[in-house]
Design a protein around this ligand. Sequence first.
Ligand code: NAP
Ligand code: ZN
Ligand code: ZN
Length: 348
Amino acid sequence: MPTKAYAAQSATSPLAPFAIERRAPTPLDVEIDILYCGVCHSDLHFARNEWGFSQYPIVPGHEILGRVTRVGAKVTKFKPGDLAAVGCLVDSCRTCDSCRRNLEQFCTGGNVFTYNGPDKYTGGMTYGGYSEKVVVDEAFTLRVPKNLDPAGAAPLLCAGITSYSPLRRWGAGKGKKVGIVGLGGLGHMGVKFAHAFGAHTVLFTTSEGKAADAKRLGADEVVISRNTDAMAAHAGSFDMILDTVSADHDLNAYLALLKLDGSLVLVGVPPNPQPVAAFSLIMPRRNLAGSLIGGIAETQEMLDFCGTHNIVCDVEKIRMDQINDAYERMLRSDVRYRFVIDMASLKG
Ligand code: NAP
Ligand code: ZN
Ligand code: ZN
């Protein structure tokens, strides 16, 4: 099916209209008319080849929420008219150790990301959610709680699960002091989840103007990370710090804030390696770790948690043709706190 989309044709070209082809649904597929697609900083890294493995053209977008229009004969989860969502993954081998543990993001048999992944149906690359519709195997679709605002729920599919999963895994909760670094898409969800889990939540930001918002979102304390005295006041006190920063920054400054056996967990992916001093880790014993989105089952768990606790992302809706401006604003940390593309603007 011919489908309108927006693509980057090279690392230096702005995103522009591009016609793609979506497959007719197979018996296991769900066809989704996209209502909203969130704008993740990874979309920008990919569009501009900042990680060095982009294959053009790239149609970004992995925070997809829409209405089911058709389902294959064997689909049981959805019927036409239902809300459905798709995150960062559209397939995996389903048999490797990771897949059996519901960790499809770490599939060793070959998983397929929603864009810039090998598309076994077309022989080309997958195209993401900056498009009118998408066709996805139901095993990689998610149900969206009906009480959640659809535009605010879309970014849960990446920003939500990427902050939820490590906070759960590293035990953010009552009695724990948890730091979130960066108040962007991932960071503002990190603050909401850490607060909802009952942790004492501290937000580190370079943007003084975000302090009041951080408190409103659930932070108990806000630290301006450029203020070395304010940073030093928290030395050796954190159980866990979740780092969502997309640009080069000093990891040692955050490692110094961890207590014995505390963990700095990276989810942000600066384009360059960040130096770590051995002393930052060995005195006292500390952990440096990373986390990648979450598996499908955990993503559904996160969505259901959001439904129960009425949690959505704080979003600014944009038209599809505003995407290049939105990228520039994201680079200036000027997003409160996730751009979401209203896909009606592409269809009209
Ligand atoms: P975002 O909305 O642009 O937020 C990033 C935040 O980092 C900014 O709002 C800013 O917060 C802070 N920041 C930016 N430049 C900085 C600098 N030079 N020094 C210190 N802080 C700075 O981006 P996002 O969508 O949340 O994504 C964040 C990162 O996570 C990206 O690298 C993205 O690719 C990555 N990511 C990883 C996963 C995963 O599975 N691991 C999933 C999704 C995204 P303040 O204004 O508060 O300082
Ligand atoms: Zn993302
Ligand atoms: Zn697998």
